[in-house]
Ligand binder design. Structure first.
Ligand code: HEC
Length: 194
């Protein structure tokens, strides 16, 4: 009898230990999934525009996707332009769309020796956040009263692929013609917003 009680106790303890570690492992996985990048990004999607929290996401997206070329301080180097003039471009007519388009389709201009690769693989939330980050850093101040980007602004401009030369034509005060090069006319894109 004593043996039986001792055995039952041992098995019970063993079973509880296994159950406990399984539970712990499950909680850890759940926690890890939460910190997974895509899950973290997905959290941003359903938020209404006025709740779009872009600051942290924008800073990380800049470090990961832009800093190599445009520099930690956004000053640029070698063939890569600084981003200190971005708020002025943003405020100019058509600038708001231009800044999005150059991320969706890339940019090639006669101004710089290298093209800007497109960033279309980034999600709408990341592009909106990184643009807002640039517009509020590196000496940029967006004009007071202007609405910064929300993910919907990016989604609205995703469409048929443009060439990076065409994007240069959209630049406010664009100088593509002055440099003697001109992009082929856009075809079948329909009317665009202001
Ligand atoms: C591989 C290098 C590279 C990366 C990465 C890169 N850029 Fe660029 N970017 C360039 C180059 C080169 C140009 C200028 C292209 C031209 O005018 O021909 C440019 C142009 C720009 C312009 C337009 C400047 C103007 O005066 O019209 C903005 C804004 C910009 N980049 C922002 C970003 C942001 C934000 C990111 C990250 C999401 C990024 N870039 C990632 C190389 C890069």
């Amino acid at each position: 009898m004593r043996h039986l009680v001792a055995n039952v106790a041992t098995y019970t303890i063993a079973a509880l230990l296994i159950l406990g570690s399984a539970l712990f492992a499950w909680m850890r996985t759940a926690q890890l999934v939460l910190t997974d990048e895509h899950a973290a990004l997905a959290r941003y999607e359903p938020a209404p525009a006025h709740e779009f929290e872009w600051r942290e996401l924008g800073e990380h997206a800049y470090v990961r996707n832009c800093q190599n070329c445009h520099g930690q301080e956004g000053k640029g180097w070698d063939q890569y332009p600084g981003l200190t003039d971005t708020a002025r471009l943003f405020a100019a007519p058509g600038g708001r769309e231009y800044l999005v388009e150059l991320h969706l389709h890339g940019l090639t201009s006669p101004r710089w020796g290298a093209p800007m690769p497109d960033m279309a693989h980034l999600q709408d939330v990341e592009l909106a956040a990184v643009l807002n980050h640039v517009l509020t850093h590196f000496g940029n101040t967006p004009p007071s009263g202007t609405r910064l980007y929300v993910p919907e602004d990016i989604a609205a401009l995703r469409g048929p692929k443009r060439s990076p030369w065409e994007v240069n034509e959209l630049r406010p005060g664009g100088d593509a013609r002055a440099a003697g090069r001109s992009a082929p006319p856009r075809q079948g894109q329909g009317a665009r917003g202001p």
